[in-house]
Design a binder for this molecule. Structure first.
Ligand code: ADP
Ligand code: ZN
Length: 634
């Protein structure tokens, strides 16, 4: 009689023992169906177990995970201290019948001859694909310097050797455009992300296991595809924080997981960015990664000229600015970026100083005019909008503006030629595609939106990019605030001037800030040198590693007590620094008060070791989540 440990998708850091039926071939990494508390979940066998009399029997074996992918799952669970069952559940697709056939088409035969810098990059990376050896390449080139062409070239090469490729992007919205380019050029390509139907995801997953997927284009969950004969991995826009899953287990970084996977599979990986993360560029400087620079934009494309405009006291969307947009939009496209959804992010009474706040999160509600609601951007709480102050009956005032208001103010002028791109306007995969096609075919001339518009769009005739207010990110109480600001401004400005010369306009209350100054000069390395000094002085990554514990409960006393208890435990460890506990910058979400504790150490292992015992106490009334290498400090 044989017994094995099975990881089933539950919140605990535990596995369960099951009996193996005779004649069933089971090994580490076998995917099985078991019965568990009246359910029949899919689990993964993680090892042998001692005899256990009351053990139930495995009901069905479904498939075997490739060994490498199983090992990646084990690593993920131990590195991020994430329950193994939840890790494997993230790796596996929704198991349904196969419904869709893989995409097949002929590739179009047009040829681009690479420039010198591009050729050099291809020559550096190719041998690692051919000889199957590991190296991390940091492809550092401004937007429009031809990074994607390099990927495509290498993909073609890998495919001709019978290898497959994983191509990851940080946002689902960027997938259609990249997939189109892959298919156009190579005649293959399958997409994989959370907005693909469960059936579609299942079939891509199975096809990749069986070696029928040549190039998978996906968002972060793509890192878990069981690609057969993987040649290399591309992580495009590697600096992007969307590679991090923060809201649920496993709380992992798909970029770092991909680097680990490439190491385990002994293959090269390319991290591409115009604004590499401070950590990655530092790794390049110390020789852990290999930096490949693309100094010039392809052909005749020029970097946009950037003007920084002080905002003090002025209207965000002034008449002067509107005129400017109108003038430019006659000749080319205009992209307007504002880091605020909704119509107005702040509603208050001038008479009694009442502010409309979320009753569960203690943050101001945002007015969404089209829906007629006041909405909480943290928990989704909504209430029908009202215009009289509930305290004194005075009339309410809207302060500041969001993307919905910008769109409305410009609609009179542009009609259907203006489109908004943010989480409210675009909910489905098809809607992203519509915007993309509208821009490509010229029906859309003015695009207004949040972060979504800053990423990846590649259109020749964007003549003007406007950042309505650059300060929102800068004011976050987060040591990465300057880095985020620099990245966002560089990315959004990079949308301009892909044909002829374009222009970017940055409005801000802090025109003297170094993140804004370096961004306006397109000077990444200048920014890096200044930022790395700060990180060193203050003891932040890459010089120190971080861990974070977030505790929450509807009763503030209970969170405080638990936080102090944990703090006391943690203080016993000499090799870590404990900061806090303190109340989180976002104090309350969904009625739960939030506290956090930050851990610092030279070695991540020290942090993991100190946190492991805390995992065992998870599950009481105070919710505890653990983040290794956290990105979000809110
Ligand atoms: P990035 O990924 O760095 O933003 P892309 O690879 O998308 O840059 O290149 C920008 C544009 O220049 C694309 O339209 C691409 O087709 C074109 N391009 C890239 N390399 C070349 C080349 N060697 N010759 C001509 N056009 C090129
Ligand atoms: Zn709320």
């Amino acid at each position: 009689m044989r017994f094995v440990k099975v990881a089933v998708p539950i919140k605990y850091y535990d596995t369960f023992t099951y009996r193996v039926p005779e004649n069933m071939e089971i090994k580490k990494g076998s995917v099985v169906r078991v019965s568990f508390r009246n359910l029949h979940p899919i689990g993964v066998v993680v090892g042998e177990a001692e005899e256990f009399r009351n053990a139930k029997t495995i009901a069905e074996k479904i498939l075997d995970l490739p060994e490498q992918l199983f090992k990646l799952g084990e690593w993920l669970s131990s590195y991020y201290l994430s329950p193994p069952g939840e890790v494997f559940s993230a790796i596996l697709p929704p198991l349904l019948k196969r419904v869709e056939e893989p995409f097949h088409s002929k590739s179009t035969k047009f040829k681009i001859s690479l420039n010198k810098e591009q050729k050099n990059a291809v020559e550096l990376i190719s041998p690692y694909i051919e000889n199957k050896s590991h190296r991390v390449f940091l492809l550092f080139g401004v937007t429009g310097s031809g990074k994607t062409e390099i990927y495509l070239h290498l993909m073609k090469h890998a495919i001709s050797m019978g290898k497959s490729v994983l191509y990851l992007l940080p946002e689902i919205g960027m997938v259609p455009q990249s997939l189109e380019r892959v298919r156009e050029r190579l005649g293959v390509g399958d997409e994989y992300h959370s907005k693909v139907t469960p059936g579609g995801r299942y079939s891509v997953w199975m096809n990749s296991l069986e070696g029928r997927v040549r190039v998978a284009v996906g968002a972060r969950m793509g890192v878990f595809l069981p690609m057969k004969n993987l040649g290399f991995i591309v992580i495009d826009e590697e600096h992007d924080s969307s590679y991090r899953q923060t809201e649920k287990e496993p709380r992992y970084s798909a970029r770092d997981t991909a680097v680990m996977r490439a190491m385990m599979e002994n293959i090269p990986i390319i991290l591409g960015s115009a604004t590499p993360s401070i950590e990655s560029f530092y790794n390049g400087k110390i020789g852990k990664y290999e930096i490949i620079r693309l100094k010039n934009r392809v052909a005749d494309m020029k970097l946009p000229s950037v003007n920084v405009v002080g905002l003090k006291g002025k209207k965000i969307l002034s008449d002067e600015l509107k005129e400017r947009i109108e003038k430019v939009s006659k000749k080319g496209k205009v992209i307007i970026y504002l880091n605020r959804r909704g119509y107005s992010p702040f509603i208050f009474c001038e008479n009694c100083h009442y502010i409309a706040k979320c009753p569960y999160c203690d943050i101001p509600l945002t007015y969404h005019r089209k829906e007629g609601v006041f909405l909480c951007h943290h928990c989704g709480y909504r209430v029908k909008s009202f215009n009289k102050c509930p305290k004194c009956g005075g009339s309410l005032t809207l302060s500041s503006i969001g993307t919905e208001r910008v769109e409305e103010e410009l609609r009179e002028t542009y009609g259907s030629a203006i489109t908004r791109m943010d989480r409210d306007a675009l909910k489905k995969r098809q809607e992203h595609e519509k915007v993309y096609l509208g821009l490509r075919d010229g029906e859309i001339r003015v695009l207004v939106g949040t972060q979504m518009v800053t990423k990846g769009f590649d259109f020749p005739d964007v003549k003007l990019v406007v950042v309505l207010k650059a300060d929102n990110i800068l004011n976050f109480p987060d040591f990465r605030a300057s880095e985020r600001t620099f990245q966002t401004l560089s990315q959004v400005a990079g949308r301009a001037g892909r044909g002829e010369k374009g222009e970017a306009l940055i409005q801000t209350n802090l025109p003297e800030h170094y993140a804004i100054k370096f961004a306006s000069r397109h000077d990444y390395e200048g920014f890096f040198d200044k930022e790395i000094e700060f990180r060193k002085r203050a003891g932040y990554p890459p010089f120190y590693r971080l861990g974070r514990i977030v505790l929450s409960s509807s009763e503030i006393r209970m969170v405080q007590k638990k936080a102090e208890q944990i703090e006391k435990e943690l203080r016993k460890y000499r090799d870590i620094q404990v900061l806090g506990p303190s109340i989180c910058p976002i104090k309350r979400v969904r009625g739960r008060y939030r506290y956090h504790i930050l851990l610092k150490s030279k070695k991540i292992g020290s942090i993991q070791r100190a946190l492991l015992p805390i995992l065992k106490t998870k599950g009481d009334k105070v919710r505890t989540s653990i983040e290794i290498d956290p990105l979000d400090m809110m």
